[in-house]
Design a protein around this ligand. Structure first.
Ligand SMILES: Cc1cc2nc3c(=O)[nH]c(=O)nc-3n(C[C@H](O)[C@H](O)[C@H](O)COP(=O)(O)O)c2cc1C
Length: 147
């Protein structure tokens, strides 16, 4: 079954809640989906993905350096041309999701525009939007496989 892999960095669970909702949305469109903390994500998980969503909260006006390294390392995973999405929770400035999208595009991932950002803890409407993003990604996977 085609698969969406969601990788996140989340210090207090806010971006993780978005990641879990993206998984739920993709699954509701009959696409396999799984969320990984970026510490646990393996390059083989990424290689086997038909679409990739990456989430990061914002710290000191950017994403944390280990997440930058992780995204750069995906260049080895043959991700070019796959559909993707960037997302994340933030407090006041929220730069990380845009930076994540930029890095993903630099290695050839086709990132859905606009990125999804939620201020602090996602509310019900934010989780619905996250599910919607998962559904959109699932539809893109179906289209990319048909080609
Ligand atoms: C030390 C620290 C620095 C932060 N810096 C920023 C920042 O520069 N811009 C911003 O929008 N939010 C900033 N935040 C807020 C977090 O992005 C916000 O709390 C977010 O909801 C955390 O999500 P997470 O639980 O997924 O990590 C900062 C939080 C902490 C604790």
């Amino acid at each position: 079954m085609p698969k969406v892999v969601v990788v996140y960095l989340s210090t207090s669970g806010n971006t993780k809640a978005m990641a879990d909702a993206i998984v739920e949305g993709a699954k509701s469109r009959n696409i396999d989906a799984e969320a990984f903390n970026f510490h646990e994500a393996k390059i083989d998980d990424i290689k086997s993905a038909d679409a990739i969503a990456i989430g990061s909260s914002t710290f000191h006006y950017k994403m944390l350096p280990p997440m930058e390294k992780f995204i750069d390392s995906l260049a080895k995973a043959n991700v070019s041309g796959k559909p993707g999405a960037a997302f994340g929770s933030y407090g006041w400035s929220g730069e990380a999701p845009g930076m994540v999208a930029e890095k993903m595009r630099a290695i050839g991932i086709k990132v859905i525009d606009p990125v999804l950002r939620v201020q602090y803890k996602p509310e019900e409407k934010d989780l619905e939007e996250s599910k919607r993003l998962g559904k959109d990604l699932a539809e893109k996977v179906k289209k990319s496989i048909k080609k």
